[in-house]
Design a binder for this molecule. Structure first.
Ligand SMILES: Cc1cc2nc3c(=O)[nH]c(=O)nc-3n(C[C@H](O)[C@H](O)[C@H](O)COP(=O)(O)O)c2cc1C
Ligand code: SF4
Length: 459
């Protein structure tokens, strides 16, 4: 299949971007139309006011007690902690807490890195941010750099997306020309140099330490942790890494306050979150909604299950998050805590919807192939185990499965989990265990009858 055929196949799925107006209280995607990405447009939407505010360039009076004009570094971090913003890259780690780990007094160079690698199957939110609202990421990164006393930053952008990379470069040029990046930003003492870096298109380069290796020009393979990037990051220097959407959330928080952001969502899960809804829905696309919104509402926004079919299962947070059956998912709200309680993960917010025509054996075969293909090969349980998993599911799907394969699948998955350098091993094993836990009869049926249990449908 050539590139054009692949692209036309993609557009045939009807995947929409973020311009459908079916968001709820959007903060990052608000007011976007695909053309208004430039600095002038961003400023018309209130852009760079947050940076002005912390640098004391918005005309506000000095603090009555401290005499400080603008924010101190501690104030920015405290505001982030109040907001309960959690990292949008997958793990949901509290952002304010992560920023507080940066050794601000470190005498040498410190780095800030934005993770725009976005390789998780199902996830397509960050590229929309970079394409249609790039300055929100630049402003968020500048605020983060100020808070942590960092003077150099990089945005690592997935190697297979060219338009987003070019757009981000164009926005950087605009920001530099307007004095919003570079030396003495807005005439203040704060200087920040920000660069775009076009990555290499491997899923593993999204793992933060593999990303750092790749940024240094080496093979993108994860490092052992500890040491964590906060103490040994890019070129061995203290480094903070956050996801694109995490940085994009920051300007709103500074403009409106941490408490206001928290109240947009629910306790411990502040603000809005962008969900990339794909699979068997009428209107796939990116949806920005408050944390804690019921899943049923998100499904409704996406037009419901395609062709009026029944919902069978949902992978709620990208391909590495455990699948949940419809009955559990319909009682969940879309936030880290609710999805974790149900036995899965909110992850990167890629919601893959599966209707009742889907065969779980075939779906798992597809997923297992991906992880086998993307394993970087450094550790034996992942390198060998992901291949075992795929070969086992493949053999079941080809009609050569044996009853003992069920236990073997579970055993191989169990022996990968927690025994690898990075979380890709767990990401490969978790979907397998969840599929067996919730859909065991389908696998047993396939082994016994050499065919799928669900009816074959023309989807
Ligand atoms: C295999 C693997 C792939 C990952 N891919 C991404 C990615 O594409 N984008 C991302 O932001 N985080 C990704 N992560 C998570 C990052 O390692 C890191 O936790 C994240 O960038 C931190 O940002 P946050 O705190 O803002 O979420 C990945 C992790 C693993 C294990
Ligand atoms: S778990 Fe897999 S991807 Fe991660 S370092 Fe080990 S071999 Fe590489």
């Amino acid at each position: 299949m050539n590139a054009e055929q692949i692209l036309s196949q993609f557009s045939a799925t009807g995947v929409q971007t973020c311009f459908h107006g079916r968001h709820i209280e959007p903060q990052i995607y608000a007011g976007l139309n695909g053309r208004n990405w430039s600095l002038k447009d961003y400023e018309a939407r209130g852009g760079y006011q947050a940076l002005r505010k912390i640098l004391g360039q918005d005309g506000s009076a000095p603090h009555p007690e401290t005499g400080v004009v603008g924010f101190t570094q501690d104030q920015v971090i405290a505001t982030l902690k109040d907001s309960a913003l959690r990292g949008r890259g997958g793990a949901g780690f509290p952002t304010g807490l992560k920023w507080s780990f940066m050794p601000r007094q470190f005498p040498g160079q410190k780095y800030l890195v934005c993770n725009s690698d976005e390789g998780e199957p199902g996830t397509c939110k960050d590229r929309d941010i970079l394409l249609y609202n790039p300055h929100i990421v630049i402003e968020g990164m500048a605020i983060a750099a100020f808070a942590m006393g960092i003077s150099v930053g990089y945005n690592y952008i997935h190697g297979e997306i060219f338009e987003a990379y070019e757009r981000f470069e164009a926005a950087l040029e605009e920001a530099r020309a307007a004095g919003l990046l570079g030396n003495h930003i807005m005439g203040s003492h704060f200087s920040f140099q920000l660069h775009a870096f076009h990555g290499f298109g491997a899923y593993i380069c999204g793992e933060e330490t593999a990303l750092l290796e790749s940024l240094e020009g080496k093979k993108g393979q994860p490092r052992f942790k500890p040491p964590f990037p906060a103490s040994f990051g890019l070129y061995g220097k203290p480094t903070t890494i956050n996801n694109t959407e995490t940085f994009a959330a920051v300007p709103w928080i500074i403009r409106n306050g941490g408490q206001a952001y928290l109240e947009c969502g629910k306790p411990n899960n502040g603000g809005t979150k962008i969900f990339s809804v794909s699979g068997d829905v009428e209107m796939p696309g990116n949806y920005e909604i408050p944390m804690g919104t019921p899943f049923s509402k998100l499904l409704e926004l996406a037009g419901g299950v395609r062709k009026g079919r029944q919902l069978k299962a949902v992978i709620p947070g990208g391909s590495s998050s455990p699948v949940l059956p419809a009955s559990i998912m319909m009682n969940c709200t879309m936030d880290y805590d609710s999805i974790a309680k149900a036995g899965s993960m909110l992850g990167s917010g890629a919601v893959i919807v599966m209707d009742d025509s889907r065969c779980m054996v075939e779906s798992l075969k597809r997923l297992s192939y991906f992880y086998m293909h993307e394993s970087c090969g450094q550790c034996t349980p992942c390198r060998e185990g992901t291949g075992w998993l795929w070969r086992l599911v493949d053999r079941i799907e080809r009609g050569h499965g044996k009853p003992a394969d069920m236990a073997l699948l579970d055993n191989v998955a169990e022996n990968i989990m927690g025994r690898t350098i990075c979380a890709l091993g767990d990401a490969a094993a978790m979907p397998v265990r969840a599929m067996i836990k919730h859909f065991r009869p389908e696998f047993e049926h396939y082994i016994e009858h050499k065919t799928r249990m669900a009816p074959t449908a023309n989807v």
